[in-house]
Design a protein around this ligand. Structure first.
Ligand code: SF4
Length: 519
């Protein structure tokens, strides 16, 4: 019996940007009495399902974008006589769909750390349940990845998770609904152990793959401080102290280690936090700017962000404290007009963000926007080959329309054209070269910066926005070629004897020995 864990993808790049963490975490959750699972990441190369045999167990993790390819693999696996188990955000949101269309024997909803071993046990016994509710496990139960199973030289960045959940409730995001609004953080020593494991293997660029690395803001503390009962304040202070303890621990790692994370803009008003990030060598953060006007921020329930000139100052604050920003902007908000595109580009340039992404407002399942959009389509939504567009992920890739929330003043084509134009201008060779001057110093580093900027644009702008499949394929081909030298830029020297620093964080949370696999 072979256990497979499969990350489906309809497009492969040969080399991955960030390790698909869930594969390696579920490998850890696979009890040691079974053979190590075979890990398959189709973003590297397509998987030949004829390898699957009767009696095998196939775990498939899906998000909305890769659900259809996942169902294709699941059906092939079931036809071969294997047990098929689904998990991931999309399976959590639509568990019945995996049964109806993907050949599922079982679906794990929520976190997989504890539910996956149960599903495995029952498959081996020949009697899986149709549903396993993994719930939201506490930070002490998060598992490290089994990184010894990584293929050599295939990924640019490693990934480690330090906290799950986000207290915000942005309308276009499903994280707060699936991972919850209460931050669940791992013990600092567990995080350091995992990072050292990866550093020993030669990864020096590590993504802290958190929903929100800054789960407690100064405003949260101020508000809790006004309450008579101090318990909430103490709880928030505890979470904040853990963040600082983690960053103190990161400081003790080799000086050429580089971290990247995602964070809300409010961190920009917290110089103490930004300075700790700089010392911890968290050199970059994805910041969800979304909109540059108060109306746009209101559209997405993100009024806690700044707009206008104070937005520029807030974003500049990150760079002044040594943290580069990857600014994420959304186009197609109801209040957007033709001039919003130029205004957004101007803010991105004046705010000195090092990288930027410009996405079109898309109704992702599990979000408030999706619920409103689905309702707006009525009882008889338009369809493609009989599939309603409200289930667009089930339409084959070649015919799948890009779906966008209807805009009061612009057509989807106009929004797409203007969005593409902003990408083109932000990532013109001239602009990139100019930005490289403020980002890095040596000529070699500047050239690497240009390469990274171009590959980023190619992977995310052309494959994400374009509706023309020939263009998507050309972009994937181009990104595939550029990914090879790019990976070399990120590769580090293995340090097999690197010691794990200790954080000094209270160890009473050391509830289970996380580096041991469950029996
Ligand atoms: S977009 Fe970011 S800040 Fe908003 S809910 Fe999602 S993770 Fe939280």
């Amino acid at each position: 019996m072979t256990i497979y864990l499969i990350n489906p993808s309809h497009v492969s790049f040969g080399i991955g940007v960030i390790t698909p963490r869930w594969l390696y975490v579920l490998a850890s959750a696979t009890p040691a009495r079974y053979e190590s699972p075979v890990l398959v990441d189709e973003t590297l190369e397509a998987f030949d399902t004829s390898a699957i045999a009767a009696g095998d167990i196939v775990g498939i993790g899906i998000h909305t974008g890769n659900a259809l390819r996942g169902y294709e693999i699941g059906n092939a696996a079931r036809a071969a006589g294997a047990w098929v188990v689904y998990g991931g955000i999309h399976a959590t949101l639509y568990p019945d769909e995996a049964h109806e269309l993907g050949g599922a024997h079982a679906v794990v909803t929520g976190d997989g750390e504890q539910a996956w071993p149960m599903a495995l046990r029952d498959c081996v016994a020949g009697a899986p349940q149709s549903r396993y509710d993994g719930g939201r496990v506490e930070g002490e139960t998060f598992l490290p990845g089994r990184w010894e199973l990584l293929p050599q030289g295939r990924y640019m960045w490693a990934s480690v998770q330090t906290v799950r959940g986000c207290p915000k409730h942005c309308s276009f995001c499903s994280v707060w609904r699936t991972d919850g609004q209460r931050p669940r953080s791992r013990h600092v020593d567990r995080v350091l152990e995992e990072i050292v494991d990866l550093r020993r293997r030669g990864f020096r660029f590590i993504a802290l793959a958190d929903d929100n690395f800054y789960p407690v803001t100064l405003e949260d503390l101020r508000m809790a401080g006004r309450r008579q009962d101090p318990s909430e304040l103490h709880r928030l202070q505890g979470i904040r102290a853990e963040r600082f303890a983690l960053m103190k621990g990161l400081e003790l790692l080799p000086v050429d280690t580089v971290f990247f994370t995602q964070i809300t803009m409010e961190a920009g008003e917290d110089p103490e936090f930004l300075d700790a990030m700089r010392r911890a060598r968290i050199k970059g953060a994805l910041v969800g700017v979304e909109a540059v006007t108060p109306e746009g921020l209101k559209d997405v329930y993100k009024s806690f962000n700044e707009s206008g000139e104070s937005l520029v100052q807030r974003l500049r604050g990150f760079k002044e404290h040594g943290v580069h920003v990857l600014g994420s902007f959304i186009f197609g908000l109801p209040s957007d007009r033709a001039q919003t595109f130029d205004a957004t580009l101007a803010v991105a340039e004046r705010a000195n963000v090092t990288f930027a992404q410009f996405v079109m407002l898309t109704p992702f399942p599990g979000t408030l926007d999706f619920a409103a959009w689905e309702k707006s389509l009525g009882d008889d939504p338009p369809s493609v080959n009989g599939v309603p567009v409200s289930r667009h992920w089930l339409i084959p890739q070649a015919q799948r329309p890009k779906v966008y929330i209807e805009h009061p003043a612009m057509s989807p084509d106009e929004i797409r054209r203007r969005t593409q134009d902003v990408w083109d201008r932000f990532y013109s060779l001239r602009s990139i070269w100019k930005r490289s001057q403020g980002a890095v110093t040596s000529l070699k580093a500047r050239l690497a910066f240009v390469l990274m900027s171009k590959i980023y644009r190619q992977m995310y702008a052309n494959t994400g926005i374009a509706t023309d499949s020939a263009r998507v394929n050309r972009s994937a081909q181009w990104a595939r070629l550029m990914a090879i030298p790019c990976r070399r830029v990120f590769a580090g020297r293995p340090i097999p004897d690197l010691k794990v620093p200790t954080s000094g964080q209270d160890d009473s949370r050391r509830m289970i020995p996380l580096l041991n696999r469950p029996m």
